[in-house]
Design a protein around this ligand. Structure first.
Ligand SMILES: Nc1ncnc2c1ncn2[C@@H]1O[C@H](COP(=O)(O)OP(=O)(O)OP(=O)(O)O)[C@@H](O)[C@H]1O
Ligand SMILES: [Mg+2]
Length: 269
């Protein structure tokens, strides 16, 4: 399998602030009129992400993790603050930046191979395109299932096909919003390993939202822990422990405890 080498983006988020205005019915007299309530989501978010690194975002449900990723990717606008990618301010989305969501994103009327092929349209030489598709299908362990439709694949296989479809675009930044959230525990562990393999083979910068503290500690070069809404960066942790990581002892066990505490999960340890 080839390794891609190319100059990489880095992300810098400066003092990012975002509110939504929510329309609510007046509780006492629902028929009369509505009022608008400002919902502060992000309040002064600052961090930097190194090129080619794997950054995990942790934080309570509803704190604004997805909103933050959508702003970085240029799908949403911040009220204040800036996102810089390689020093340039983000003003919109880019085809070099690919999103993988928690929900199934495969097109159900296309086979696994045809879904992966949606990501390879930029490759003009048909032979090269076809051989790349084979490579990526093999890399995510889907060989033998290329011609299956999504409903004929397991949940883990569908995720693998999505990851292959994202990677074949050779993205500079891969955004993953709880990509393995719907999978069973064992399949999640397998996908974790596969993400580490993928990350060692590619230069893509990965921004990865998860609710799973161990997943973040296993995968991340950096872990950003966000607070309750209005959300700030509660901790910005850099890890350089080699893989595979043993979270049960030493520095990583201490760090794991610290992250549980940061997440307010004192009783869960
Ligand atoms: N388009 C929108 N319009 C109004 N409010 C929104 C919109 N998108 C998100 N919100 C609100 O912003 C807050 C943060 O939402 P967001 O989806 O970013 O949280 P999250 O941290 O990703 O949560 P979860 O972990 O549950 O996925 C929530 O209160 C949500 O209701
Ligand atoms: Mg979310």
């Amino acid at each position: 399998m080839k390794r891609f080498k190319k100059p990489m983006d880095k992300v810098e988020v400066r003092n990012l602030t975002k509110s939504y205005v929510e329309r609510r019915m007046k509780a006492r007299d629902p028929g009369s009129c509505n009022y608008h309530e400002k919902c502060e989501v992000l309040k002064g978010i600052d961090f930097r992400v190194k090129a080619g690194s794997f950054t995990c975002f942790l934080g309570p449900s509803g704190c604004g993790k997805s909103t933050l990723l959508q702003i970085i990717a240029g799908f949403e606008k911040a009220d204040r603050g800036k996102v810089l990618i390689d020093g340039k301010e983000v003003t919109g989305s880019s085809s070099r930046h690919i999103f993988v969501f928690q929900e199934d994103g495969l097109l159900p009327w296309l086979t696994a191979r045809q879904n992966v092929a949606l990501g390879s349209r930029h490759i003009t030489d048909p032979e090269k395109r076809s051989s790349e598709e084979e490579d990526y299908i093999e890399m995510v362990g889907l060989q033998g299932f290329e011609d299956h439709y999504p409903h004929e694949l397991s949940g883990g296989m569908r995720r693998r096909a999505e990851v292959a479809r994202a990677l074949i675009t050779n993205p500079d930044i891969l955004y993953m919003d709880e990509p393995f959230g719907a999978l069973d525990f064992v399949t999640r562990l397998q996908m974790r390993e596969e993400m580490l393999n993928v990350h060692s083979m590619f230069d893509s910068t990965i921004l990865f939202i998860t609710h799973d503290i161990d997943e973040a500690l296993q995968l991340g070069d950096q872990i950003i822990v966000m607070s309750e809404r209005p959300s700030r960066v509660k901790a910005d942790i850099h890890l350089d422990a080699p893989h595979p990581r043993d979270l049960s002892s030493g520095h990583l066990a201490e760090l794991r405890k610290e992250v549980y505490f940061l997440m307010g999960l004192h009783a869960a340890l």
